[in-house]
Ligand binder design. Structure first.
Ligand code: URA
Length: 268
């Protein structure tokens, strides 16, 4: 069959599917599931439960008995309830692992929750996992993460003993696209609880998206280097290491910010 797609679009779509994990061809022809009869697959002649057969047939959009219609549930409220119910970091990780309302989870290989030392005085909040982080299940392991490690090392900090790291989003956005406002809003209750449970002395927000999540504003080039407060903690916004990789000249200011962090930790 001749496709209406050009080669490059078709290839990009194929690569995207492979990234999502669709690596096996199940059938030769696509199935339009919207065109199928509105009958559950288990409701054939073989059904053995007469009470179930007698039940009125629900419409396509009707909620199953006992479930809450989605329109009546605010995902941010549900996220808040789930996050507040977690009394430890492990419980918070488990609560995120079963939180199904964020579509990013469907396309991600792994939940990327944290790295480093939970008792550390410094908690770094990045944006979202990229490809390597998604594979490893750990934040900041790619090129930007390696630069972050070198930056921390320069002021005697490291994730083995003195830094705790997480991201605003625990699942990789497709093609590393920017997080959407509703995704950030849904994950903020988890992030806030994460900060409460880890209870660091200071937060370092790297990049615009973590500033948006914690401070409710962006404009990292204006915010960076200026101590402020967020989630009840002293907060230092800094430029993202990925930005520093693209803009080496900005490393000078990042160095000044690291020295400011070091001074703060020393109480000077
Ligand atoms: N960038 C981030 O903000 N977080 C990561 O974990 C990796 C890259």
């Amino acid at each position: 069959m001749e496709s209406a797609l050009d080669f490059h679009t078709a290839r990009a779509l194929l690569e995207w599917q492979i990234e999502l994990g669709a690596t096996e061809a199940i059938g030769d022809a696509p199935v339009d599931r919207y065109a199928l009869p509105d009958v559950a697959p288990w409701s054939g002649k073989a059904r053995s439960n007469p009470a179930a057969s007698a039940a009125p047939r629900a419409g396509r959009n009707a909620p199953a008995a006992g479930t809450i219609p989605m329109a009546e549930t605010d995902p941010v409220d549900l996220a808040r309830q789930a996050a507040q119910g977690a009394m430890t970091l492990d419980a918070l990780r488990a609560a995120l692992a079963v939180f199904d309302l964020c579509d990013l989870k469907k396309g991600a290989r792994n939940l990327v929750f944290c790295d480093g030392v939970p008792e550390a005085r410094v908690m770094i909040i990045g944006e979202a996992p990229g490809r390597e982080e998604d594979r490893a299940g750990r934040p900041f392991v790619g090129r930007a993460g390696q630069l972050l490690d070198r930056m921390l090392q320069a002021v005697n900090l490291n994730r083995q003993s003195s830094v705790y790291i997480t991201n605003v989003l625990p699942w990789r956005p497709p093609h590393n696209r920017d997080p959407k406002p509703d995704e950030i809003a849904m994950m903020v209750p988890f992030l806030q609880r994460h900060v409460e449970l880890a209870n660091p002395d200071v937060l370092v927000l790297v990049g615009n998206h973590s500033c948006q999540a914690v401070l409710g504003k962006r404009g990292i080039l204006r915010l960076r280097g200026n101590w402020t407060e967020g989630f009840g903690k002293p907060v230092l916004p800094m430029t993202h290491p990925a930005y520093l990789l693209r803009t080496p000249l900005a490393k000078r200011e990042a160095w000044a910010d690291l020295l400011s962090l070091q001074a703060r930790l020393r109480g000077t």
